[in-house]
Ligand binder design. Sequence first.
Ligand SMILES: [Zn+2]
Length: 281
Amino acid sequence: MPELPEVEIVKRALEPAMVGRRVKRLVFNRADLRFPLPEGLPLALQGQRIERLLRRGKYILGFAENGAGFVLHLGMSGAVRIEPPAGTSLHEKHDHVEFHMDEGPRVVLNDPRRFGFLDAVGREDCQDYPALAAMGPEPLGNDFNAEILAVAIKGRKTPIKSALLDQRIVAGLGNIYVCEALYRAAIDPRRRAGDLNAKECTALCMSIRSVLRDAIEAGGSSLKDYKHTDGQLGYFQHHFAVYDRVGQGCGACECDIVETGGVQRIVQAGRSTFFCPEKQG
Ligand SMILES: [Zn+2]
């Protein structure tokens, strides 16, 4: 499932394909994804120049010169493909939404499981859009720091792992980067969120930022390849320290995995958590 870094990379890749260009046609190949597709959007955007794309949490927003716009979420399996204007259209299975840009590429949303969605949202009222209105601070922005995190998790009895998945506490994190950030901060994912002290909040805040920045950097380098392929944007290879590494040594491991058993997997709130029992014990 794409998390903040993957969505950021998609946004960056879409910018040259969409910003400054007019929407020639917006085509829906079916009536719904997770929710019904917004019927009025194709007409609202037709002939309009896209002025700006931005990312908020795991959402991409786009606004046209007339103030009309869209919000896109990739869900579990959604990916974006950019097809060059001169290239042959691939028309793959599960291509549900197509932005045909004037004198530009075709931007295709492919989503086999259809947990993603596209909705209409105007530039003026995007702040009130339900999924965005309640969203916590951007972890890479100036509104996120150790004090703000401490206030947000104060008194919370849920494990810190689950608290960090709550988009109202901090935006954009999912299962992978929460596991990685807790590992970097050497915090046991089972700890009660409200029990973290100021020093731990500082370490966690810094780890969240660094893990996201590193992933964006890794995605940025994989982006170069996309210019030469028909690869689907939304996923890239990145090396994880603990995620999906059961029984193996953690990141820069000095742990004796014969003794510790290596990275462990537990289930918290129905989701897998990976952690190093030595560093996060
Ligand atoms: Zn370890």
